[in-house]
Write a protein that binds this ligand. Structure first.
Ligand code: PEP
Ligand code: MN
Length: 338
């Protein structure tokens, strides 16, 4: 892949000439408008293209090959951070966004109770799985569309946006009808047909890092979504597998500054799945914000001891209240609002 950097005074017409040329050559153009410069990326596979073809077009400043395996996700393609707009807030800007709620949508009462509690404490997004990827086929699998309807009701009532998992390409349209953010679970990070399907959706995507995936593999998975036309991707570190047994997974906090260096995409930390223990959620959340994370996704359940999934890592509403207050100081220390 190459990127064609336009001169700062290049006209719209000159940029469209570049776009047409890319299409003629059988590649996909991707436009990135920066403050001073417009960049056109060309994505595709197969044939080699000589940079001179573009240098001859008026308005072109330079042609730069992107050597990293991920292209559209890279800082080279886009210097400015991706800021994803929602109704009343953004993700990726100077605000830390907290998404919170139960692991699974279990019932209307449980979900509404959770939503009321987390909105009061300052969360902006309600989480909750309606389609659950469970290790055992005998465990609770989620309420399906019924669960999506409950989430929608909770959203209408509280104003919270909704993030919920989609597990298969054929469900993308249905989940997108109810959800504001499509979650791709850790187990599906490399499900390429699912990545292509959410890439064609207009909903922002929360892409979770596979439990045995490298940061580069995570960025390559994001590349699938971006290359299919969806620019609004958030990357979520949710812990990786190591030999350590005191935690469910090991939170790779260094993923935050590393991804920030390599990519323009927002980074979200999931301290709940990363640790598996509710008493670790507070300190892990604090270090995530200190490290520069753009947001957190935290499991909160009105009655964790009765939860159908992940009760041990779910916070009680009072614990979540306390956490949100504590996070304000950390956010202020890194010049962010919460
Ligand atoms: C979840 O968020 O409930 C979940 C299943 O997470 P992960 O895909 O990270 O295991
Ligand atoms: Mn869970």
């Amino acid at each position: 892949m190459m990127i064609v950097v336009m001169k700062s005074d290049a006209t719209v017409k000159q940029t469209s000439t570049v776009i047409k040329k890319i299409q003629e050559l059988g590649f996909e153009p991707h436009l990135s408008k920066g403050e001073e410069k417009t960049i056109v990326g060309m994505v595709g596979s197969g044939k080699k293209v000589e940079p001179e073809i573009f240098m001859a077009i008026p308005g072109v400043d330079s042609v730069v090959p992107i050597l990293k395996p991920f292209k559209l996700a890279s800082r080279e393609f886009q210097k400015r951070p991706t800021i994803i707009p929602f109704n009343g807030f953004t993700i990726g800007g100077d605000e830390v966004i907290v998404m919170a709620g139960p692991c699974s949508v279990e019932s209307r009462e449980q979900t509404l109770e959770a939503a009321d509690a987390v909105v009061k404490a300052g969360a902006k997004v309600l989480r909750g799985g309606a389609y659950k990827p469970r290790t055992s086929p005998y465990s609770f699998q989620g309420l399906g569309e019924e669960g999506l309807k409950i989430l929608k009701e909770a959203s209408d009532r509280t104003g919270l946006a909704i993030v919920t998992e989609v597990m298969s390409p054929d469900k993308v349209e249905l989940v997108a009808k109810y959800a504001d953010i499509l979650q791709i679970g850790a187990r599906n990070m490399q499900n390429y047909s699912l990545l292509e399907a959410v890439g064609k959706s207009t909903r922002p995507v929360l892409l979770k890092r596979g439990m045995m995936s490298t940061i580069e593999e995570l960025l390559m998975a994001a590349e699938y979504i971006l290359a299919n036309g969806n620019p609004n991707v958030m990357l979520c570190e949710r812990g990786i597998r190591t030999f350590e047994k005191y935690t469910r997974n090991t939170l790779d906090i260094s993923a935050v500054p590393i991804i920030k260096q390599l990519s323009h995409l927002p980074v979200i930390i999931d301290p709940s799945h990363a640790s598996g223990k509710r008493e670790l959620v507070d300190p892990m959340s604090k270090c995530a914000i200190a490290a520069g994370a753009d947001g957190l996704i935290i499991e909160v359940h009105p009655h964790p001891e009765e939860a159908l999934s992940d009760g041990a890592q779910s916070l009680h509403p009072e614990e979540f209240d306390k956490l949100m207050i504590g996070l304000k100081t950390i956010a202020a220390a890194v010049n962010k609002k919460i």
